[in-house]
Design a protein around this ligand. Sequence first.
Ligand code: SF4
Ligand code: MG
Length: 323
Amino acid sequence: GTTLVEVKGLKVHFPIKGGLLNRTVASVKAVDGVDLFIRRGETLGLVGESGCGKSTTGRAILQLIKPSAGSVKLDGVELTKLPPSQIRQKRSEMQLIFQDPFGSLDPRYTIGQIVSEPLENFRRGNSRAIREEVAHLLETVGINPLYVNRYAHEFSGGQRQRIGIARALALRPSFVVADEPVSALDVSIQAQVLNLLQDLQAQFGLTYLFVAHNLSVVKHISDRVAVMYLGRVVELAKSEALYEAPLHPYTQALLSAVPVPNPEIESRRKRIILEGDVPSPVNPPSGCNFHPRCWKAQAICREQIPPLEEKQPNHYAACHFPG
Ligand code: SF4
Ligand code: MG
């Protein structure tokens, strides 16, 4: 398919203020040069350990956080240069599904009010049309429309996430960032919500950026997967290629930690144990920022940032010595 979202050199640096004059003394380089692209109609999984910048990347793509540098294009339109009024209009095309269905729905409003708010803001029809649309949306996500006057706290976590999804889809966006949409839910209902997201993708022609820290969750839902480390995408490939033949040493280490169900294969597998912790995003290492923990590092790795390049057909890696 054609590219819907294209991200180049995206940076989000948060200033740290300090000293008597409360000046900027340093910055947290939460996102430090992300490149990726998302094809129309696909699900791109974005994985990495907590603090690697994946949620911030999702929000910066949606312009919910202002990028410090770089380019974000949605359907060919450069979002980072749009004035706030036009960003607001673009909200109808791109939406966020939150991680926490408990914190993200305002307890003072009924679910009908919550789902209808974007429709009213964008004046999508008269009050009767909006009421009908809200009932339709609730039904679509598996919530009985007769509950429209109930409050969010009257619903379970899984139901609340469905209500949040109905709200996110109200304006019929083409692009949705789902930020760990099932990680706050009971394991027993995670699969139901994942199935719902997949059904809705087919029904509404959605393109997803699916953020997760768990490689096994994204494996089943993603067409392609991007792996993040310390503010950058280090590998991007079709799910099968990434899981079966990862090219970047960090991805290889992450995958070696995921147990294989077959005990025979499991007993013969080699674990890659990474030395040290993830470095601070305040003072990230030079060059390839994975170099202090990489068993393949050479002098060039400390000096030059490896660009994310297509090393094999449709398989991108940011490494001087991939494979
Ligand atoms: Fe390791 Fe060098 Fe590749 Fe970085 S660029 S992952 S340090 S081999
Ligand atoms: Mg997060």
